[in-house]
Design a protein around this ligand. Structure first.
Ligand code: URA
Length: 202
């Protein structure tokens, strides 16, 4: 298993609950994205989840509803989770690399992600999951390595400095565009299910 490090330094170590962190994040204007969106989509799920899912950033539906993964890609994600007997609210916590919708759903720029990542790093610390699934290349490149390719890295467990097992896989939106990705995503989530079972039973 590849040992990986991601930048975990941030100025939010004193924030001790997700509620408090959310209150702080909602008025965030650290980057220009906030001016062009409806509001901050902080994340949601079980604050004690063993499994955390990390996407790219809110799309149009998420921006309007203030919740992550509620559009078409989110519905597909719910189906994938259901296929491995998991439910987003009970078993997972879901967040994104950036919490404000980039215009036209473009990928977030490095300076935008850089300003936003401290929120995510603290979310990871507070949820303290055993497993993280990185959904797509934006999550992979911003958390692990800007040069990493999702096509090469998907399907292999990585492990963080603090011992979290990390599985990169394709983003569900990529699956909607290219059904050839269905099988690899299924295989990746079966690995997640197997590892989740071990943790849940341990
Ligand atoms: N795509 C993402 O990466 N995140 C969302 O919340 C919705 C779609």
């Amino acid at each position: 298993m590849n040992k990986v490090t991601y930048r975990e330094d941030h100025d939010l170590s004193g924030v001790n609950s997700l509620e408090e962190l959310k209150e702080m994040a909602l008025p965030c204007k650290r980057c220009a994205l906030r001016a062009g969106c409806t509001g901050v989509v902080f994340g949601e799920g079980n604050p004690n989840a063993r499994l955390m899912l990390i996407g790219e950033g809110p799309g149009a539906d998420e921006d309007l509803q203030g919740r992550p993964f509620v559009g078409k890609a989110g519905q597909l994600l719910d189906q994938i989770l259901a296929a491995i007997n998991l439910d987003r609210f009970t078993h997972t916590y879901i967040a994104n690399v950036v919490k404000c919708r980039p215009p036209g759903n473009r990928a977030p720029r490095p300076e935008e992600a850089g300003q936003c990542l401290p929120w995510l790093y603290r979310q990871i610390e507070l949820v303290s999951p055993d497993l993280i699934v990185l959904l797509g290349s934006t999550a992979l490149q911003n958390l692990i390595d800007p040069e990493a390719r999702i096509t090469k890295m998907r399907g292999q467990w990585l492990v963080s400095k603090s011992g979290i097992k990390i599985m990169p896989t394709y983003h569900p939106a990529a699956l909607l565009r290219d059904m050839n990705k269905k099988r690899p995503v299924w295989e990746d989530f079966q690995k997640v299910r197997d590892e989740y079972k071990i943790i849940a039973e341990g």
